[in-house]
Design a protein around this ligand. Structure first.
Ligand SMILES: [Zn+2]
Length: 491
């Protein structure tokens, strides 16, 4: 069939691709408390497919990079992967109060006051993504949102998810008073008289969070659809879902069985999803973090899961945690295996926020060149590198991630001012991490990840070539997204 009416410089002809087949895999996912990069082992010898050999034939009339070394330039970009998202949480947040773009105390208060006025009595005002550094660093207090929110229950996460701002009514509901002790691994903010000010950190967040009504099944289905549609607008055709945030094994299995699998069976999964199921939960970290699994147990789990043809990924942050994960994989090597076959999945968006604080948090040695977000060093060492966004912690935009990996700064910051520029990737290297390498990490390189005859025609049409980001051109706009040759966004 011929796809007509594509905008701009390109025309794409897509041969019959067969029905859209949406796939879902279970991945085991350990040790989220070690957070950060995810190291995935692909079971090349196991059957991990699900997408049959495609019959897509793509013919081009333009110049766009494809990621296929045999034919590197064509006129559409392979569908983008987001190899690290929290899908349902992202979808839920899209329907809640989003304070990402609030840059003053006045706007922070006004936005919450408006949400409180619009909220029904008894309902919660939820959402967040606020960041006090946007207005000079003064942490918010519940008194700011009185009287607009008097009697209203408000629970708003900070951008990093490690702090919550709650209203006086929400604090009272949770029974927080002057005498309430800080729970282990958490902190309750108090004024000079010892009264609760409305801020909770880490384990203390649960005091109020446990009273927030959990999304029911219908709400989760809506969140999945909302999240998927949002990803399609960003050019994402396949998402690696990292499960609930914060990690929760029971909820992860429930989401898999009651949300993802039924949606796939009804052909109501608008993007390809690779579902991870976390097996352990996150603990608070001290200077080197807390290992929550014994290395012997971890390597045994890797060995057993591999034998069962399950793909294994381990979430880890910091040098020590990544060393431990690599050691566990090495110990899990089966006889005759000569190499580990691992892919590192990193989240380049986090450079844009972490570069401000990482030096003071972990020191200039550990945050120095070659130690932090060391993408070039990883490639030079021969590592396979794929990218995710960590949405909703960061925007679900693979192209922003590509920009961050090239320039290591925000687009509005001066050219050449990026963080450890020696670790900058070229546009092609960064695009590969969001396409071909992420497909490899999914075990689906035979079907996805490059625009190659025979693969599924997952692709995006952009306002201009993404390779132009190398010379600091703007991040391209996603005009259209195709999944298996079908237009699913911008049609
Ligand atoms: Zn995450």
């Amino acid at each position: 069939m011929i796809k007509q009416g594509l905008p701009g410089y390109m025309r794409t002809r897509v041969a019959e691709t067969g029905a859209i087949l949406l796939c879902l895999y279970v991945q085991l996912f350990w040790g989220d408390c070690l957070c950060g990069s995810t190291v995935v082992k692909q079971q090349a010898e196991c059957e991990v497919g699900g997408v049959p050999a495609g019959e897509a034939l793509i013919v081009f009339n333009g110049t766009i990079w494809t990621g296929d070394p045999e034919e590197p330039y064509a006129d559409a970009l392979a569908g983008l992967f987001d190899a690290h998202v929290h899908l349902l949480e992202g979808g839920q947040l899209l329907g809640q109060l989003d304070l990402t773009d609030v840059h003053s105390k006045h706007d922070f208060v006004s936005a919450i006051a408006a949400a409180c006025e619009a909220a029904d009595d008894g309902s919660w005002v939820l959402g967040g993504r606020w960041d006090e550094s946007n207005w000079g660093g003064e942490l918010p207090a519940a008194s700011w949102i009185e009287p607009a929110c008097r009697g209203k229950k408000v629970y708003l996460d900070r951008l990093d998810g490690h702090m919550a701002f709650v209203s006086t009514a929400a604090g009272s509901l949770a029974g927080i008073h002057k005498g309430t002790a800080d729970p282990e691994g958490g902190r309750i903010w108090r004024d000079s008289q010892g009264a609760f000010t409305g801020l909770l950190a880490d384990a203390a967040m649960r005091l109020v969070n446990q009273h927030v009504p959990r999304a029911d099944l219908a709400a989760k289905h809506r969140a999945l659809q909302t999240a998927a549609q949002h990803l399609l607008t960003q050019g994402v055709t396949m998402a690696h879902d990292m499960g609930p945030f914060p990690p929760d094994e029971d909820r992860a299995w429930m989401n898999l069985e009651q949300v993802y699998l039924p949606a796939a069976a009804r052909e109501e999964l608008p993007v390809r999803v690779l579902a991870h199921v976390p097996l352990s939960s996150c603990n608070d970290a001290s200077t080197r973090g807390l290992a929550t699994v014994d290395i012997g147990v971890l390597s045994q789990q890797i060995r057993e899961a591999s034998a069962a043809c399950l793909q294994v990924s381990v979430h880890a942050i910091g040098d020590a945690a990544n060393d431990l994960v690599l050691q566990a994989y090495e110990e899990a090597l089966t006889a005759g295996q000569s190499e580990l076959g691992l892919t590192v999945i990193a989240n380049p968006h986090h450079i844009l926020t972490d570069k401000v604080t990482v030096l003071e948090r972990i020191g200039k040695d550990r945050a120095g060149p070659g130690r932090t977000y060391a993408f070039k060093s990883l490639l030079e060492a021969g590592a396979d590198l794929a990218f995710g966004s960590d949405w909703p912690v960061a925007p679900a935009s693979p192209l922003l991630g590509v920009y961050a990996a090239i320039h290591r700064r925000r687009p509005d910051e001066p050219f050449g001012s990026g963080f450890h520029l020696g670790e900058s990737l070229t546009a092609e290297e960064a695009l590969l991490a969001s396409t071909r390498e992420a497909a490899k990490a999914s075990g689906l390189l035979d079907s996805l990840g490059t625009l190659t005859p025979g693969k599924w025609a997952d692709m995006v049409v952009l306002s201009h070539s993404p390779v132009m980001m190398q010379s600091d051109a703007a991040i391209p706009e996603v005009l259209q997204t195709y999944l298996a040759g079908q237009c699913v966004h911008g049609c």
